[in-house]
Design a binder for this molecule. Sequence first.
Ligand code: HPA
Length: 245
Amino acid sequence: MTELAIIGGTGLTSLSGLEIVRREVAYTPYGEPSGFLTHGRLAGREVVFLPRHGYAYTIPPHMVNYRANIWALKSIGIRRVVAIAAVGGIRDSMQPGWIAFPDQIIDYTYGRAHSYFELNSKSVAHVDFTYPYDNSLREQLIAAAKSAKLQFMAQATYGATQGPRLETAAEIIRMERDGCDLVGMTGMPEAALAREQDVAYACCAVITNRAAGKSTAAIHDEIEIYLKRGMDQVRKLLLAFLEDN
Ligand code: HPA
C-alpha cells in the first residue's frame, strides 16, 4: 500500500514524470481536501500527490483546508508526507534558487482551523511539537539533496505568515529578530496537524525570493525567475529521494 505522499505547493500543481495510476476523491469530516488524491508511480515508487492550492492553483494559503488534506491522506494509509513549499529567504544565507530543509517553525498565522481537537473530542492531547518536523524523513531528504548535488541549507527556522499578501519590511525585520530564516504562508497548521495525526512530515522549502525589504529587486520578478528553477531542483530531489527510500 502507498504510504508516502507529496504535497505540492506554489509552482508544483502537478508532478512531472508521475505515472498516474488512479485519482481518488476523498471525503473527510472536515470537508473537502484541495483536490482528488493522485495515486501514481515516480521513480518506480508508489506515491500519492496532492497540490495544496488545488490543481488549478485557486486556493489561497489562508483558505487551504489543511485539516481535510492531512485527514484524507491519513485515511488512505499515508504514513509519511513530504511537503513542498515556496518561501522567501530572510537571512542572507537563504539564497533564492536554493532548497532549505527547515527544522523549526514559528507560527504567525491566525484564524485557521489548526487542530483536530475540538469541544466534542473524546479527550484532549497536547502533542509534543518541540521538533516539528520528522527528523528521519528530514535526514533522508538531506541525503537525497546531497546525492543529487543540489544547493541546499540543512537547517532553518520557518516563519509561517497568514498571507495572502506578502510581508512588510518591518514584519521581516521582526521575524529575523525572532529567529526566522525563511518566511512562507503554508507551513502551519499543516505540520502540526500531521503531528496530531501521527504522520511523519518534513518540508522542502524552495527559496524563490529575498523576503520583503531584503533586496532591491522586485519580489515578483525574483519569484518568477527562481520558482521554476527551484521546482526543477525539487523534481531532482524527489527522484533521488524515491530511489533510496
Ligand atoms: N513571503 C511569504 N511567502 C512566500 C514568500 C515570501 O516572501 N515567497 C514565497 N512564499
